[in-house]
Design a protein around this ligand. Structure first.
Ligand SMILES: NC(=O)c1ccc[n+]([C@@H]2O[C@H](COP(=O)([O-])OP(=O)(O)OC[C@H]3O[C@@H](n4cnc5c(N)ncnc54)[C@H](O)[C@@H]3O)[C@@H](O)[C@H]2O)c1
Length: 336
C-alpha cells in the first residue's frame, strides 16, 4: 500500500485529535500542519514529527500532500475545500461542510469536477450504537419509521472566543447539524421541511452575543415521518447522546454510553457511573473509525459520508436557523 501524505489545516480541538489519529493509520502519514495562531501548528507538528506552517495556502500544491484534513473554523471550509480540490488533493472536511447550502454547492462542484474523494466529518455515523439502530431500521425490525427522536445536550457551551468567531446560526450549524445527519443516516429518508425554535437560556456568552444555546427542531421526512431533536449547551450530568426510532412494528433506541459498566447499590437505590464528559471522550473510537474509512476511500472504497450528505445536513441546519428566526416552517426546496 502506498503511504499517502496528509496535511492538517487547523490545529485546534478537533485538528489535534484528527492529527493524532491520522498518525496511527497505516498508509497515511501527516506531513504538515497549517495554523496561523502563534505556535499552534509548531506544537502539534512537534508531536507528529512533521512540518509546520502558518498559512494554509502554502500546503495546497505540495507534491508530498495527497490529501488534507480540514479542521479550521467553519467559515473557511468552502474556500479550503475548493482550493485543495482544484489542486487534485483528496479532502476530509470537518462538519459542517459550509455555512449554507450555496457554499456547500460550491464545495461539491469543485470536488466533483476534480474527481477527488470528499468525506465530511459526521463522526456519529461510526458510533456502534447509532450504526446498530440504522441496521435494525434497515432490516425492517421496527417496521416503517414514524417518529425519530434525538437528544443531544452538551455539558457546557463552546468557549466565548469560539462563539465570537462563529455566525448567528452556530447552534444549528455546529450542534444540530450532527443530529440532522443522524436522522438521515438512521432512516435513509430525506428531510423536506424543518421547524425550529431557539433561545438563550443557559449561557451568558450566548445571550450577550445574541445566540441560541437551547433549541428544539422538528423535521418532516419525504416519507411523511417526523424527527424531533432537542439540543442544549448545558447538561449538568455530562454529554447526553440518545436516539430512538419509533416505527409501525416496534421501537429501537440507543442509550447513553457510561464511563464503565459498574453499578453500586445501597439503601437509596442503584447508582450508575457518569456519562462521558464531552465529544472527545464519547466518540473517541468513532473519530478513529471515520478516518480509517477515509483511508479506505482513498484506496477505492465507497465514501461513507459524502459531500452530498454534508450538503443535506447544512441545508437542513440552515432551514432550522431560518425557521427559528422567522417563526415558520421552512421547506428545503426554498433554499435553492
Ligand atoms: N465532528 C465533531 O465532533 C467536531 C467537534 C469539534 C469541532 N468540529 C468542527 O471542527 C472545526 C474546528 O472546530 P474546533 O473545535 O477544533 O475549533 P478550534 O477553535 O479549537 O480550532 C480551530 C483552529 O483553526 C485555526 N485557524 C483559524 N484560521 C485558520 C486558517 N486560516 N487556516 C488554518 N487554521 C486556522 C485556529 O487558529 C484554531 O487553532 C469547526 O468547523 C467545528 O464545527 C467538529
Amino acid at each position: 500500500m502506498a503511504v499517502r501524505g496528509i496535511a492538517i489545516v487547523g490545529a485546534g480541538r478537533i485538528g489535534r485529535l484528527h492529527a493524532v489519529n491520522l498518525a496511527r493509520i497505516p498508509g497515511l502519514r501527516p506531513v504538515v500542519v497549517a495554523d496561523p495562531a502563534p505556535g499552534a501548528a509548531a506544537a502539534l507538528a512537534a508531536e507528529l514529527a512533521c512540518e509546520a506552517v502558518e498559512d494554509w495556502h502554502d500546503v495546497v500544491s505540495r507534491p508530498d500532500v495527497d490529501a488534507v484534513a480540514i479542521c479550521s473554523p467553519t467559515s473557511l471550509h468552502v474556500e479550503q475545500v475548493v482550493a485543495f480540490a482544484v489542486a487534485g488533493k483528496h479532502v476530509f472536511c470537518e462538519k459542517p461542510l459550509a455555512s449554507d447550502a450555496r457554499g456547500a454547492d460550491r464545495a461539491l462542484e469543485a470536488a466533483e469536477a476534480a474527481g477527488i474523494v470528499l468525506q465530511v466529518g459526521y463522526n456519529r455515523r461510526f458510533d456502534r450504537s447509532f450504526a446498530a439502530v440504522r441496521e435494525t431500521v434497515a432490516a425492517g425490525r421496527v417496521g416503517t419509521p414514524l417518529i425519530v427522536r434525538v437528544t443531544s445536550r452538551d455539558p457546557e457551551p463552546p468557549p466565548r472566543v469560539y462563539l465570537e468567531h462563529s455566525g448567528p446560526s452556530v447552534l444549528f450549524l455546529d450542534t444540530t447539524s450532527h443530529d440532522l445527519d443522524l436522522l438521515r443516516f438512521v432512516t435513509g429518508a430525506e428531510i423536506v421541511a424543518v421547524s425550529a425554535q431557539g433561545a438563550s437560556l443557559v449561557s451568558d456568552d450566548a445571550r450577550e452575543l445574541g445566540l441560541a444555546d437551547t433549541a428544539v427542531t422538528t423535521v418532516t421526512f419525504d416519507t411523511g415521518a417526523f424527527g424531533v431533536i432537542d439540543n442544549c449547551w448545558r447538561s449538568a450530568y455530562g454529554y447526553d447522546q440518545r436516539l430512538e426510532v419509533h416505527g409501525t412494528d416496534g421501537m429501537t433506541e440507543a442509550r447513553n454510553e457510561l464511563r464503565d459498566t459498574t453499578d453500586v447499590a445501597d439503601a437509596r437505590g442503584f447508582h450508575s457511573p457518569p456519562l462521558p464528559h464531552f465529544f472527545l471522550d464519547r466518540y473517541a473510537i468513532a473519530y478513529l473509525l471515520e478516518l480509517k474509512a477515509f483511508a479506505a476511500a482513498l484506496e477505492g472504497d465507497a465514501v461513507p459520508v459524502t459531500g452530498q450528505d454534508g450538503r443535506a445536513a447544512v441545508a437542513a441546519a440552515q432551514a432550522a436557523a431560518l425557521s427559528a428566526a422567522e417563526s415558520r416552517i421552512v421547506r428545503l426546496d426554498e433554499l435553492g
